[in-house]
Design a protein around this ligand. Structure first.
Ligand code: ADP
Ligand code: ZN
Length: 624
């Protein structure tokens, strides 16, 4: 170990306390900062909300020169810079939204060494003008944020990122730190390769987000379910509602507004101005719900999103993880909630079949969708399923049973399962006997012995399977068909207008060689305890989620007063409220009721700068 490690580590801790108001480093932060400060490259994989920013902000402070942060998220740069200035750092940004004069001013400060950090869009960085400017400056480090944008296979691909390898030859000796919240192994290798960082140290954190509660519910009346979910537990909170189509986005937003909620639509079919306006309102105001397609998302680093709801199933577990990951970045309790049904499965399969992709690509897409359906249909812990999908080793459960998180719908109230073997055999036979040419609705009619024109036209009243399934109702059959598709016992043939056909896996079931346990159909939200307000017994100690404690009435009043004060400050300064103080900080003040500046300084999230700026005002608000 180099002899100067200890003093550096001390200096890093002092910076963390002074500027950011946090008591201690978490996870790999200290080791990452140490590596960069020593001048070595690293690759940092950390989930959203894990605390990536201090990993380059503190080294930029400790090393001589300016830290250059390369980020594709131009819309956020102003807020990022404001946040740093608010804690006493000297920061600026360079992107196309600036006037020539503003840009000139930043260049001047940079040349004079007056900046700790500068945020630059990749396309700007790669201009001759910017590179020659940097040639003249002392550079502390390069931080390459959202580093998965180098990946050609990912949906966030940015061609300019592929050219960032030039940093290695042009600025030898300047450490580079690449950061991303995208997990998979292939992307990691691609990042190291494309950025020419063969010797980078890798820091891979757990992808668990312990403060997020997961619920996946069978869809009955999606809008009514959503409304109940919000009204029961999330009234007045900021949230994101994802829908598959633009139409549904518009309809859902209008529906929520008609029920008195503050909801705004967001999709790629809207004008640029409308989108920007809605995004800005969501980021700045308290308690706005944004209803969006997946066009909304990357770089939404609003820390206090309390819920992410899916009205349609996403295409993959990666997508689900990324979208739900936008909830609870501040470590406070948050909820990922989804409804899904047979129609979602059929629709997603059709989209894959009808896409332009070649066969290999279609197979990959299908496999990813199947993994997601597995997550939806599982009767065991959702978090365990998610984490093992990302290749994470799970701790052993009690008595050798699989590990359970204790903080998802399935852990809290294990779903009933039933022996579905007989019913599934009836379904498979009906499918087979009618020639594997019909869709779900027709098969259900035949099974239930419901005669209609179509049934008569094809002579299905005369088949041996007519009416053999009259013991189950329509919904039970749809539920069963959905689980059969998820279990890959039947396939949807879109070339044949959604006809269901048997797969190889159906054979042992038909022959009586395989038993099937399925989830009993239950429209969740009716029978289950409510998500977030249900008692919380996380199976894993959660490293960074504040306790979900109920405040005493007096503390509740203080909290409200603090929130109102924060809202006024935010308006006055034209800043998002969370840049003044996070919810967790306000809650800790309301609860602890510090009576002096020294006591206030002990509250997490209050560094020296904010103490000086706001300390007296806060004390006067909370004084008994
Ligand atoms: P990421 O970029 O990984 O999504 P951020 O850097 O935005 O995460 O940090 C997420 C939240 O965690 C922020 O509110 C930040 O202030 C907080 N945070 C970061 N490091 C620490 C720490 N060591 N202790 C407590 N809170 C921290
Ligand atoms: Zn669980």
């Amino acid at each position: 170990m180099p002899p100067n490690t200890a003093p550096l580590a001390d200096a890093a801790l002092v910076a963390l306390r002074e500027h950011f108001g946090h008591r201690a480093f978490r996870g790999h932060q200290a080791a990452i900062i140490d590596t960069v400060v020593q001048g070595s490259d690293c690759l940092v994989l950390m989930p959203t909300g894990g605390g990536k920013s201090v990993c380059y902000q503190i080294p930029a402070l400790l090393r001589e020169g300016t830290g250059v942060v390369i980020s594709p998220l131009i819309a956020l740069m102003q807020d990022q810079v404001s946040a740093l200035e608010a804690v006493g750092l000297r920061a600026a940004f360079m992107n196309s939204s600036q006037s020539g004069r503003e840009a000139f001013d930043v260049e001047r400060r940079l040349r004079k060494g007056e900046l700790d950090l500068v945020y630059v869009a990749p396309e700007r960085l790669l201009t001759d003008r910017c590179l020659s400017l940097l040639d003249e400056c002392r550079i502390a480090l390069f931080a390459i944020d959202e580093a998965h944008c180098v990946s050609q296979w990912g949906h966030d691909f940015r061609p300019e990122y592929a050219q960032l390898s030039l940093l290695r030859s042009r600025y030898p000796g300047v450490p580079r730190i690449a950061l991303t919240a995208t997990a998979d192994e292939q992307t990691r290798e691609e990042i190291l390769d494309k950025l020419a960082m063969p010797d980078a140290r890798r820091f891979v954190s757990s992808f668990d987000r312990p403060n997020i509660h997961y619920t996946i519910t069978e869809k009955s009346d999606a809008r009514a379910q959503l409304l109940r979910f919000i009204q029961d537990d999330h009234e007045g909170e900021a949230g994101i509602v994802y829908c598959l189509s633009r139409n549904k986005v518009e309809e859902t937003a209008a529906f929520l507004c008609s029920k008195g909620l503050d909801a705004l639509p967001y999709h790629a079919g809207m004008s640029h101005e409308d989108r920007a306006r809605h995004q800005a309102r969501f980021l700045r105001e308290d308690g706005i719900i944004i209803v969006a397609t997946i066009a909304f998302g990357m770089g939404i680093d609003k820390p206090d999103v309390r819920f992410v709801a899916h009205l349609d199933a996403p295409k993959s577990i990666e997508g689900y993880y990324q979208e739900t990951g936008r909830a609870g970045r501040d470590g406070e309790p948050a909820v990922a909630w989804m409804v899904y049904g047979l129609q979602d499965v059929v629709q997603q399969k059709r989209m894959i079949d009808q896409s332009e992709a070649d066969d290999t690509h279609k197979r990959i897409l299908s496999a990813k969708l199947d993994a997601l359906l597995g997550l939806c249909e599982t009767a065991s812990c959702r978090r365990a399923r998610l984490l093992s999908y990302f290749g994470e080793a799970l701790p052993a459960g009690r008595d050798g049973a699989p590990w359970q998180c204790g903080h998802c719908d399935n852990c809290e109230s294990p779903p009933a399962t039933f022996d579905a073997t007989e019913s599934v055999r009836k379904l498979l036979s009906a499918c087979y006997r009618t020639g594997q040419r019909f869709g779900a609705m027709h098969l259900i009619d035949v099974l239930r012995g419901q005669s209609n024109d179509k049934v008569r036209r094809f002579g299905h009243e005369q088949t041996s399977v007519f009416g053999i399934g009259s013991d189950l109702d329509d919904r039970a059959w749809r539920n069963l068909i959905r689980q059969c598709i998820a279990a890959d016992l039947i396939a949807v043939d879109h070339a044949q207008f959604g006809a269901l056909r048997l797969t190889e896996a159906a054979r042992p079931v038909l022959k009586g060689e395989r038993q099937l346990a399925f989830r009993a159909s239950a429209v969740l939200g009716e029978k289950r305890p409510r998500g977030r307000k249900a008692t919380r017994t996380a199976g894993r100690p959660s490293p960074h989620s504040a306790a979900d404690e109920v405040l005493a009435p007096q503390a509740q009043l203080r909290l409200q007063a603090l929130r109102d004060w924060r809202a006024a400050q935010a308006r006055e300064r034209n800043l998002p409220a969370y840049l003044i103080f996070h919810d967790a900080t306000l809650r800790a003040i309301a609860q602890g009721q510090p009576d002096s500046l020294a006591a206030l300084a002990e509250i997490p999230g209050i560094g020296a700068r904010k103490l000086k700026e706001y300390g007296d005002q806060i004390l006067s608000l909370t004084r008994p």
